[in-house]
Design a protein around this ligand. Structure first.
Ligand SMILES: *Cc1c(COP(=O)(O)O)cnc(C)c1O
Length: 493
């Protein structure tokens, strides 16, 4: 399968190259030249497979990696999860949650980032590349830790993470500060996630920085969801959740299921759109936002406008005003018109806005529905779900639960729906306790224990141990110091 750029029709690369490069030289994002289909017969065969086998089937459609090898990568990556990487839990009639947070860092980013190092290393091998890979990550909290954990001590790689110093939860910050490994570095950035993401994108394209790191034997790559290698493992869990519903007798193969996704950078839900294009019978993809509701406005009105107030919320991984992966969707909506997409991205850069046509908006709405939840609604939904169903979820998942309710209130008929649960409630323990109406202990350990005693869900050991772990990465820098930090970190190791 070849890959093309969203911004230049002439850019064509192989799958391994798309993964190694991360971003196209013209600044665009790599997308598959066509969407490979998974037929009904193939789905039937996948019913009896376990998660790594299902994932290898889906990912194998895009990448020229030998099937047995790919399966062994998936097995190794997903052995780091506590049981099934994407179990589907029934909450109520027609309401399901797929919990994507049973991996090493307790957020859904693990599903992709435990596997990406294998895909990247194999891609370099296929291309005959000997350069080391410097993975730069801008994170709103969860990607950073998952990338550090996924790449730590992987030969031929170095990971440098930048996170908004005041824009992540305490546990998220501790997770990054205490990361062990000989090839990792994490910095706090003064600013918000969009500042970090913009600065990192700039570093990727900085010719003199590229030359400087090349002198040290490195080439850049990205572990953000702009890298197709991040998206492709995420497509698999849509298939797996659907197959689980069929296996459980909740739907028959061919019936539609809706998916509701707490969205920030639009990577997770875009993977669902790709699954649909590959033939999975998805009804609506429901895009859930918090009060940073730029995606809601776009999907409803066709105008993307990032010129708005930025709010810090209790779902910080969704506090984003510039959703990178939307570029891939508008490329599809435009009929794959690279120059039109490039123009819109230029307009986004210059004025913070772009618009799509009425015809494009109409087609967008056939696949997507969007709404958002206020902080009060997120809290009320989280508490109600716990009281009514005995189900405790994190704040991000609660955004999606709330928006699904709104969708169902407005729709004529509804399909069975799967909410993607993106983080363990313990990862955002203080917000979860507050939403439950509990007194929140200052002390993190006490907060973890308190939620445990309320819910009987065991605290993950790696979170309870954090508080006493040694802080290895404590530096906070401005976005203008990123290039310096990049060079310093690789020189020091
Ligand atoms: C990253 C993240 C999201 C948003 O996912 P996108 O792919 O950026 O849309 C939602 N919830 C949690 C917990 C996350 O870590």
């Amino acid at each position: 399968m070849d890959f093309i750029s969203t911004r230049n029709a002439k850019t064509v690369v192989s799958g391994p190259e798309a993964i190694v490069r991360g971003i196209a030289p013209d600044g665009g994002l790599f997308v598959p030249k066509t969407f490979p289909l998974v037929s009904k017969e193939e789905r039937a065969e996948m019913l009896s497979l376990d998660y790594p086998e299902r994932a290898a089937k889906v990912i194998g459609k895009f990448l020229p990696i030998d099937g047995d090898k790919l399966l062994s990568f998936c097995r190794k990556a997903y052995s780091r999860f506590d049981g099934d990487p994407a179990p589907v839990v029934k909450i109520d009639e027609g309401l399901f949650v797929t919990e994507l947070w049973h991996g090493p860092t307790h957020a859904f980013k693990d599903v992709a980032l435990t596997l990406l190092p294998y895909l990247l290393t194999e891609s370099k091998k296929i291309l005959g590349k000997n350069e080391k890979t410097l993975v730069l990550v801008a994170t709103s909290g969860d990607t950073g830790k998952a990338a550090l954990e996924g790449f730590k001590d992987v030969d031929g790689t170095f990971v440098t993470v930048f996170y908004p110093s005041d824009g992540v939860s305490e546990l998220q910050k501790l997770q990054m500060m205490t990361q062990k490994g000989g090839n990792v570095e994490a910095y706090g950035i003064k600013g918000n996630f969009d500042d970090a993401q913009t600065a990192v994108k700039k570093a990727f394209a900085d010719g003199s920085l590229i030359a400087d790191i090349r002198e040290q034997g490195y080439e850049f790559s990205s572990a953000n969801s702009i890298n197709f290698g991040r998206l492709v493992p995420q497509i698999a869990y849509y298939f797996s959740a659907y197959l689980d519903l069929v296996n459980a007798g909740e739907i028959e193969d061919g019936d539609e299921a809706d998916f509701c996704v707490p969205s920030g950078n639009f990577g997770n839900i875009l993977a669902g759109y790709y699954a649909k294009r590959m033939g999975l019978p998805i009804g609506k993809l429901i895009c859930a936002s918090n009060v940073n509701n730029v995606l809601t406005d776009f999907i409803r009105g066709g105008k993307y406008d990032s010129n708005r107030k930025f709010y810090k919320t209790t779902s910080p991984s969704m506090d984003i005003l510039v959703s990178s992966n939307l570029e891939r969707l508008i490329f599809e909506l435009s009929g794959r018109d690279a120059s039109l997409t490039a123009g819109r991205m230029e307009s986004l850069k210059k004025s913070g806005t772009y618009s799509i046509t009425d015809a494009e908006l109409k087609s967008l709405k056939e696949d997507f529905y969007a709404d958002w939840a206020s902080e009060e609604e997120v809290a009320a939904t989280l508490k109600e779900n716990f009281e009514e169903y005995g189900y405790i979820c994190d704040t991000h998942t609660s955004v999606a639960m709330c928006v699904l309710d709104k969708y169902r209130g407005s729709a004529d008929s509804v399909n069975p729906a799967v909410v993607l649960s993106t983080a363990s409630p313990y990862k955002f323990v203080k917000s979860v306790l507050a939403d439950l109406g509990e007194k929140v202990p200052d002390d993190e350990t006490k907060a973890l224990r308190k939620l445990e005693s309320l819910t009987a869900l065991p605290v993950p050991e790696s979170l309870s141990e954090l508080v006493n772990a040694e802080k290895l990465h404590t530096e906070v820098i401005t976005k203008d110091e990123i290039n310096d930090a990049v060079l310093r970190s690789i020189r020091s190791k």
